[in-house]
Design a protein around this ligand. Structure first.
Ligand code: NGQ
Ligand code: ZN
Length: 418
């Protein structure tokens, strides 16, 4: 039913379908797509995020530039088919497995950039600084060696990558977490960064991380970050799951974005982001598919809302007085943070065409089409996707989908055999 009070929605009727904005995927570890579904067996009676991480490290150890390219092209083609048009790649598998840099220190970064260029997704590559194995400053473990950099080498990597920027690729910067980067190193890198580079950091994902921060710094991670650094719109805090009311309001008042990754956070048993309080505080947020157990903005957005419904036992949480539609509010939130979090001003040009012939869109209007897309079923409705003026998905399929899937299959069978 059409609602005469609703403001202009995000969907527009066009020939053959409904045009909706492309979605920015604010958090990705591409290589983890290769292990999706392979960490769902008990390894320990107390399985947790930390035992999952050991399995993840074993997968990371198998990746090289060629397999990274094969996995990332498959992943990015799937993202485009699902309606993601930009990916923020949080990239920390930099070196050879024993920690020795590749002959070209940017070889792994370049494999990811090539995957973005070849599939047509926009990419904000976020090379990750990773230095220590915990808040106490302990050295990296053997499996973490290939993630590590000193500040000087890290800045040289960024310098090598900067000339590769263009209308489709941007280079930002990430700190893996407060566990992995000492304060002085953060300050040194921030002082050297271009003023418009987006900055991302994992924060307060696990209760254990909050406890370690309290023990060593006498402050919670978000509390400490907001106190010590000029966090603003350039910053994206990934997860930020465990927050006090004060921290929730603090992030909102700085204009930073929180990248919420509902399917991965559920898969890893992280906890639930306090979306309702954060929205009430006017906070900005986006979504990420992170470990890629799911590659679907529909599923991330739906579960973002459903998590709140399950704990509050109410319905229609993500709404405002101006935006009574949950779907519109969710899509609007994603769109509002996209330019700051990705560093692309032009993300709003990217568009997804939903299939008007799909039964769940029968009789749709501008007022309900986004709600129907996000809440009314699991059949993918994306028909066509345009990124930076190029059509990359037609009739629901990526143009090079078959060749990409073949290479991915061969690569995965080899990775799993070795
Ligand atoms: C990562 N992933 O870096 O891949 C992290 C886990 C960690 C997610 N948190 C590793 N989803 O935080 O140490
Ligand atoms: Zn992550």
């Amino acid at each position: 039913m059409s609602n005469p009070d609703s403001t202009a929605g995000l969907a527009t009727a066009v020939e053959g379908g409904w045009r909706v904005p492309g979605i920015a995927n604010l958090h990705s570890h591409a290589f983890q797509r290769a292990m999706a579904g392979l960490a769902e067996r008990q390894t320990h009676p107390e399985d947790s995020f930390w035992t999952w991480r050991e399995i993840m490290y074993r997968f990371a150890a198998r990746m090289d530039p060629d397999s990274t390219y094969a996995v990332a092209t498959q992943l990015y083609a799937e993202m485009l088919e699902a309606g993601y048009t930009t990916v923020c790649e949080f990239h920390y598998v930099h070196h050879q497995p024993d920690g020795t840099p590749y002959a070209d220190r940017a070889a792994m970064s370049k494999a990811l950039i090539a995957a973005a260029r070849d599939t047509g997704i926009r990419m904000t590559l976020l090379p990750v600084l990773y230095m220590t194995g915990g808040f106490d400053g302990r050295a990296l473990s053997a499996r973490q060696q290939r993630f590590g950099h000193g500040v000087g080498d890290f800045l040289r990597l960024l310098e090598d990558l900067h000339p590769l920027q263009d209308a489709q690729v941007r280079i930002g910067c990430a700190f893996h977490s407060l566990r992995a980067v000492p304060e002085s190193a953060m300050r040194e890198v921030l002082a050297a960064l271009p003023a418009d580079a987006p900055i991302h950091i994992h924060i307060a994902e696990q209760v254990g991380e909050v406890q370690d921060s309290l023990a060593v710094r006498n402050a919670r991670p978000v509390e400490w970050l907001l106190r010590e650094f000029a966090v603003d719109r350039r910053w994206t805090l990934v997860h930020a799951t465990h927050l006090t009311q004060e921290e929730t309001r603090g992030i909102a008042s700085r204009g930073a974005t929180v990248a919420i990754c509902p399917t991965t956070e559920a898969n890893l048993g992280d906890g639930l982001f306090p979306l309702r309080d954060y929205l009430q505080a006017g906070g900005r947020w986006g979504i990420g598919s992170d470990s890629h157990v799911s590659v679907s903005p529909v599923e991330e957005l739906r579960w973002l809302e459903y998590g709140q419904r399950l704990v509050t036992r109410h319905r229609n949480i993500a709404v405002t007085t101006h935006s009574p539609s949950v779907g519109e509010t969710l899509l609007g939130g994603v769109l509002d943070s996209a330019s700051d979090a990705t560093g692309f001003q032009s993300v709003r040009e990217d568009a997804v065409l939903l299939d008007a012939a799909a039964p769940v869109l029968a009789g749709a209007t501008v007022d309900d089409v986004v709600d129907r897309w996000l809440f009314a079923g699991n059949r993918p409705l994306v028909k066509q996707v345009r990124v930076a003026g190029r059509t990359v998905v037609s009739e629901g399929r990526h143009a090079d989908g078959e060749a990409i899937a073949r290479r991915y299959g061969e690569t995965l069978r080899r990775l799993l055999r070795d």
